[in-house]
Design a protein around this ligand. Structure first.
Ligand SMILES: [Fe+2]
Length: 466
């Protein structure tokens, strides 16, 4: 074949090389993976092992249980009988044991009947305190622990992990191990959607929802994962009588949502340390006058940046991505909401969905209207950075095809599995790093310092007025 290349083809190749070398805006990493395993781990893998004992609690996971960080929702499953929905808990330096009682739910999904899924909210915890908690009855109790966040305040350091599109493949396990072993020590995970990929199985085999929860228990029983819903949570199968979207997810994963009377099951906000986290739903209605729109219009103006300087948005589908798969799927959401992200100085938007990694420059495309032709994202020092972290491990493999040449607004992109951390230092500064799951635990494949947009705008304007 090579012998068949004419001189014209060689010139064309050279031209392409020069163009891609000269015109790229950011970095398209040349890192080459040594393998591309993306198969699910078999059900008899040790990571899915059942705890010992009759009706032993399993699939234990916690998430923030209120708006301020003094509540925790504890969820778990009992397989044989309902058992108890009670959580016994105590502070590390206290002998006083307290308890909270939750309740359980079950659901059927075609020919699958769920185990007993317990949810119990513990409220009014002390800040910055290690708590132990115990589940189960009789001889079959299991004990875990978590640490509550520091009291909300502008200069409170805090480190979030970022994981998305995790699934239950061999790479999922490697990514989770990397996160657990990362010396940056994430204290809570912002999970950007697509959890178990159970819907990849015939009839959306819900046993894979169970196995996934057993797999991640080793992390999420000990630190909260802040959930957002992805498309693999929809589990829509009307031809088999399963026409209720998000049925397994909504039974298994509770979040602290508000907005009474408004059907907004997946959009909610929390304060945690020095961050204000807004979780949006890519798969709920979001057009003008929808509940999500009204909620966000109410939510953004009330964020007090003197209290929580870091304004972070989480949603599954990215607004900016330069991979060809899912290209511009988030465009209508961008048209709706980017203007508000810019107006309210959102620091960073984390998304998943695209099974690869990408970080943009600070950019916006809000200047565009159909007459001015400014339809290209522009550098905007007060606009968010958009980070796609849909590279947890998934079940469908990595995405390699990208817009070429790399658009200027794309700062770094690479098809590899991994996770990231966002380390808030104080009100003005945070450090972000992405960790490829094939490297050593402390290796940062991409990193950048963040300067808080709100405080930067204040210092810029005071400097300008001098
Ligand atoms: Fe997705």
């Amino acid at each position: 074949m090579a012998m068949g290349l004419g001189l014209g083809s060689v010139y064309l190749l050279l031209l392409c090389f020069v163009l891609t070398s000269c015109c790229n805006g950011g970095i398209s990493s040349s890192y080459s993976r040594t393998n591309d395993i993306s198969a699910d781990m078999p059900l008899n893998s040790d990571v899915f092992a059942l705890p010992h004992g009759f009706n032993a609690p399993q699939q234990v996971h916690i998430t923030q249980g209120d708006h301020e960080g003094r509540g925790v929702i504890v969820s778990w499953v009992t397989p044989n009988e309902p058992g108890s929905s009670k959580v016994i808990y105590w502070a590390e330096n206290s002998n006083v044991k307290q308890h909270a009682v939750g309740s359980f739910v079950t659901y059927k999904y075609y020919n699958y009947s769920s185990p007993y899924i317990h949810h119990c909210t513990i409220k009014n915890l002390e800040y910055n305190t290690k708590y132990f908690y115990e589940l189960g009855t009789g001889n079959v109790t299991r004990q875990f622990w978590f640490t509550t966040p520091p009291e909300v305040g502008p200069d409170v350091p805090y480190t979030f992990g970022l994981i998305g599109d995790l699934g239950q493949t061999f790479d999922s396990n490697r990514t989770l191990t990397h996160y657990e072993s990362n010396p940056a020590k994430g204290q809570a995970v912002l999970f950007v959607g697509d959890l178990s990929y159970a819907d990849a199985y015939p009839l959306h085999d819900n046993n894979r929802w169970d196995s996934w929860a057993r797999f991640v228990e080793r992390s999420v029983a000990y630190q909260p994962w802040i959930w957002s819903a992805g498309n693999h949570e929809i589990d829509y199968l009307p031809e088999y009588g399963e026409g209720e979207p998000f049925k397994p997810y909504t039974h298994r994963y509770y979040v602290p949502y508000e907005a009474p009377g408004v059907h907004l099951r997946f959009g909610y906000s929390i304060k945690r340390a020095s961050a204000y986290i807004i979780v949006m739903s890519s798969y709920s209605a979001y057009g003008m006058y929808t509940p999500q729109y009204k909620w966000l219009m109410n939510e953004l103006p009330k964020v007090n940046r003197s209290e929580t300087p870091w304004l972070i948005v989480v949603m599954h589908c990215p607004l900016y991505s330069t991979y060809l798969h899912h290209y511009m799927e988030g465009e209508t959401m961008r048209v709706m909401y980017e203007q508000y992200f810019v107006k309210y100085k959102v620091d960073v938007v984390f998304s998943g969905h695209v099974h690869a990694y990408e970080r943009t420059e600070r950019i916006s495309n809000v200047a565009y209207n159909i007459e001015n032709g400014l339809c290209t994202p522009r550098n905007d020092e007060y606009a968010p950075v958009y980070i796609t972290i849909g590279d947890g491990g998934n079940q469908e493999g990595l995405l390699y095809e990208m817009v070429d040449p790399q658009p200027k607004y794309s700062a770094f992109r690479e098809p590899s599995y991994g996770h990231a951390t966002f380390e808030i230092k104080n009100r003005t500064t945070a450090y972000y790093a992405w960790h490829r799951n094939q490297d050593g635990y402390s290796v940062e494949a991409d990193s950048v310092w963040f300067h808080n947009l709100y405080w930067k705008s204040l210092s810029d304007s005071s400097a300008a007025s001098l």
